[in-house]
Design a protein around this ligand. Structure first.
Ligand code: NDP
Ligand code: 8X3
Length: 274
């Protein structure tokens, strides 16, 4: 459904109503995924919250219910497990199975090493989650969208999908793959009403660096020291904006960085102002 509202009495904006839409989010237990959950809950959507840490999802679901009366399902899901992904999607009952929006957000960087020195478990972790995991979830959900001739997939890419930086070769390769998958999926869906978008942020302060450095807080904090990075809500707002465009508009990609970041490694570290 599309509603219109007038702004300053002469401009008319059309927006899609997100109320009661079914939104499936991967990696909703933290950072950008969690902020997306809050943003869509505020817009009246119904949520399928997924990640491996189920307790976090349950806590989030309770908070969203009490604040916004959000209906949600919390589902423990490891996106690297293709069978588990298929089981979860197949088990969704009634209207929960009619997913309107998939936010492919689960992802990670592991280590900061030269490509040829990347530990095998880091290589596996990044490829399995960022690339294969995203494909598993997309492949499980998109056929239903095609059948209904309606739906939207928003992929969380990264500036790392456009530029490579020292130590980030493998992570950047996975995010370049996400960019290719985003572009290719739109072509695969050509002629349908299903939309495909990529939101590609630069530095966002989340648990991302804590995960990258295996829980080393001091090292993680340095990534965001003396600069003003994006916060997860900035990214969630961009995702929400893509989803709220009228049904005939497809936002292909959004590249967004903090004002303090001008390129992958060009970060102004003259101090925090916020
Ligand atoms: P966080 O570490 O805060 O969140 C990552 C989320 O991914 C968690 O909810 C985690 O949940 C989930 N996740 C990790 N592995 C799996 C898995 N195998 N199966 C299911 N869920 C998984 O980081 P961000 O919020 O920053 O990252 C979200 C996305 O944003 C990632 O794709 C990242 O590459 C991208 N990004 C991040 C940027 C940044 O600077 N932070 C910038 C650009 C893009 P759990 O551990 O509970 O499974
Ligand atoms: C995460 C942003 O620059 O740390 O995708 O790789 S960066």
């Amino acid at each position: 459904m599309t509603v219109s509202f007038a702004c300053a009495t002469y401009v008319q904006f059309a927006v899609s109503n997100l109320e009661n839409r079914i939104v499936f989010i991967t990696g909703a237990s933290s950072g950008i995924g969690k902020s997306c959950a809050v943003a869509f809950a505020r817009a009246g959507a119904r949520l399928i919250l997924t990640a491996r840490r189920a307790e976090r999802l349950q806590t989030l679901a309770r908070e969203l219910e009490s604040k916004y009366q959000t209906e949600s399902l919390s589902v423990s899901l490891d996106v690297t497990d293709r069978d588990a992904v298929l089981d979860v999607v197949r088990s969704l009952k009634d209207e929960w199975g009619r997913i309107d929006l998939l936010i492919n957000n689960a992802g990670k960087a592991l280590g900061l090493d030269k490509s040829y020195e990347t530990r095998p478990e880091h290589l596996e972790g990044m490829l399995e989650t960022n690339v294969k995991g995203l494909i598993h979830v997309t492949s499980a959900i998109v056929p239903g969208m095609v059948e209904r001739n309606s739906g939207h997939i928003v992929n969380i890419g990264s500036t790392a999908g456009r530029w490579v930086y020292p130590g980030g070769t493998v992570y950047c390769a996975t995010k370049h793959a996400v960019r290719a998958l985003n572009e290719g999926l739109k072509m695969d869906l050509h002629g349908t009403r299903v939309r495909v978008s990529s939101v590609d942020p630069g530095l966002v302060e989340t648990e991302f660096s804590l995960v990258r450095f295996d829980g080393d807080e001091e090292r993680a904090d340095k990534v965001y020291a003396n600069t003003n990075p994006l916060v997860p809500d900035d990214v969630a707002e961009a995702v929400l904006w893509c989803a709220a465009r009228p049904a005939h508009v497809n936002i292909s990609e959004i590249l967004m960085m903090a004002v303090d970041q001008s390129h992958a490694t060009l970060v102004n570290r003259s101090g925090r102002s916020q």
